[in-house]
Design a protein around this ligand. Structure first.
Ligand SMILES: [Zn+2]
Ligand SMILES: [Zn+2]
Length: 205
């Protein structure tokens, strides 16, 4: 990618083919949490779309993620290419670019719990380093035999406590109705979610 790394606090991202483009506005350690996730679902998500080399960290084998307020994520082009899938029975929705099968974001199943987690591997490398710095910790380390264990462990509870403060702001300000991923009225996803069946799961990895 060109540009974006020089100044400002917008963190640009794009899918592999470049049709889906956008920015995380005001990205930084005070506005969101930069972590590395080692959970099985994040690995399934990357591998299902054959995107491990793009979205996973080669050193730690985890997926670098930036969790921030949903209204701060702006899609500049290709919003109609966004697709989403439930990998498990859980409420997490996994978003990808339908044009080129690039895993892009994680979110809650609807806009009522307003977070967006961006797969940092899609972000402009220079801007990412400048704005996010180093991850604050690693999640679900015990799920991942390939993890080197070098980073600080972080519990999901700790992350949720940090997220809770931003969520209250989103709800009070009405920002949760300003997400690119959810309808402002119904808070339902802008693309109908599909579900990974047991049969298709068997082919993963
Ligand atoms: Zn694409
Ligand atoms: Zn994960």
């Amino acid at each position: 990618m060109t540009g974006g790394a020089g100044s400002g606090s917008d963190l640009p991202f794009s899918c592999r083919c470049g049709a889906v483009k956008g920015v995380i506005e005001r990205a930084g350690p005070l506005e969101g949490d930069f972590v590395v996730c080692h959970c099985t679902d994040c690995q399934t998500f990357a591998n299902r779309f054959d995107a491990g080399d793009r979205v996973m960290d080669e050193q730690d084998a985890g997926t670098p993620l930036y969790q921030s307020r949903c209204a701060r994520m702006r899609i500049e082009s290709g919003r109609d290419r966004l697709r989403c899938i439930h990998l498990t029975e859980e409420a997490t929705l996994r978003w990808y670019a339908g044009c080129c099968d690039t895993p892009l974001f994680n979110s809650y199943k609807n806009g009522k719990i307003p977070y967006v987690t961006t797969l940092v591997g899609n972000c402009d490398a220079g801007a990412r380093t400048r704005l996010l710095g180093e991850p604050i910790g690693h999640l679900f380390v015990d799920d991942d035999p390939a993890c080197t264990g070098a980073g600080r462990r972080l519990s999901m509870n700790t992350l949720m406590r940090r997220f809770f403060v931003r969520m209250v702001k989103d709800i009070v300000s009405g920002d949760r109705r300003r997400s690119a991923l959810f309808d402002p009225e119904t808070l339902e996803p802008v693309s109908t979610p599909t579900r990974l069946t047991k049969e298709t799961t068997a082919h993963v990895g």
